[in-house]
Ligand binder design. Structure first.
Ligand code: RRO
Length: 311
């Protein structure tokens, strides 16, 4: 059986739905080159600020059996570095340029720089970093969310998506989708890490990471049900032109299948990529193909958003 894993987000064709989650294996040109050379369908760059940042104090990342905690604090080389990379690399696969600025006005400056550049890929405006000390997540402030989108679309005409924090209440899904449907967004990426969790080491009686008293974004298997719910809730509320990148808790091909079944157009992988490196993408595709063969699904479109209720 011939299996087609291709998918589309805006004008970009992906040979398969797998992408690195922003912030994983994507801070330097060397890492980005490894992702471009991998079997990933697309590549995301580390969320960039206008100026380079070194991020929060270490230790700021820890792995445990069920996932990870991070308070990286947006370490990155600055937008110019990533803009140079994406406008000069070999364009063998789609690139998603991620930006995140603790000062919302800087996001508009960043968007103007991208607008004025020759970059033709996707731009992902990260409105959900949980780890910048003293700065709340814009995605939880619905007035601020609407305002940034109004300002962004006044100056930006290229394909634009936003990275959202996880939501936990059905009324939040309604209210956020109502705002997003007012704009020509190309995609949303859901979910960012579950912000301000706490992992502790019972032996040393210490937090696993140092910044913010140990509080950090939780990723990995812990968050998969939240990711599935956010993908599915938004798919049933957003206009069909807004595509969805599903992110959260992918460890194997079945997890990729489940996110697409819940409505994802593409799937990004964070914690497991951090642990296994870019060769992970081949394993995930092999497992996804095996499952699709078993289930007689020749393409992603044949099962996307086809989740049925229990009975
Ligand atoms: O750099 C980070 O601390 C970070 C970011 Br920008 C984000 O969007 N999500 C996350 O878990 N960590």
């Amino acid at each position: 059986m011939k299996i087609d894993l291709s998918t589309t987000i805006g004008p970009n064709q992906f040979s398969n739905p797998l992408i690195n989650a922003a912030g994983v294996w994507d801070e330097t040109a060397l890492e980005l080159d490894e992702l471009v050379a991998s079997t990933a369908g697309g590549v995301t760059t580390k969320s960039a600020t206008l100026e380079p940042r070194s991020g929060n104090q270490r230790p700021r990342y820890a792995d445990v059996a069920l996932g990870s905690i991070n308070s990286m604090g947006l370490p990155n080389q600055g937008l110019k570095y990533y803009l140079d990379y994406v406008t000069t690399h070999d364009a063998s696969k789609p690139i998603d340029l991620s930006i995140a600025n603790p000062n919302p006005m800087d996001n508009l400056t960043a968007l103007q720089m991208i607008q004025d550049s020759s970059f033709q890929g996707l731009t992902e405006l990260n409105l959900s970093c949980p780890n910048v000390i003293g700065k709340p997540q814009i995605g939880y402030d619905l007035a601020a969310l609407k305002q940034i989108l109004q300002q962004a679309f006044k100056l930006f005409t290229k394909p634009l998506g936003i990275k959202l924090p996880p939501y936990f209440d059905l009324q939040q899904f309604d209210a956020v989708a109502d705002i997003l449907n007012q704009f020509p967004l190309t995609f949303i990426n859901t979910i960012n890490s579950v912000g301000n969790g706490l992992l502790v080491d019972p032996a040393s009686e210490r937090t696993l990471i140092e910044p913010k008293g140990g509080f950090g974004g939780i990723g990995g298997a812990y968050v998969k049900p939240v990711a599935l719910a956010n993908v599915h809730a938004f798919r049933s509320r957003l206009k069909p032109t807004i595509k969805i990148i599903g992110t959260g808790g992918v460890r194997n091909g079945t997890d990729v299948f489940e996110l697409i079944l819940c409505g994802a157009d593409a799937v990004s992988v964070g914690t497991t990529l951090m642990q296994a490196g870019p060769q992970l993408f081949t394993k995930l595709q092999d497992e996804l193909i095996q499952l699709m063969v078993q289930k007689h699904y020749p393409s992603l479109a044949t099962f996307r958003n086809q989740l049925k209720a229990a009975h």
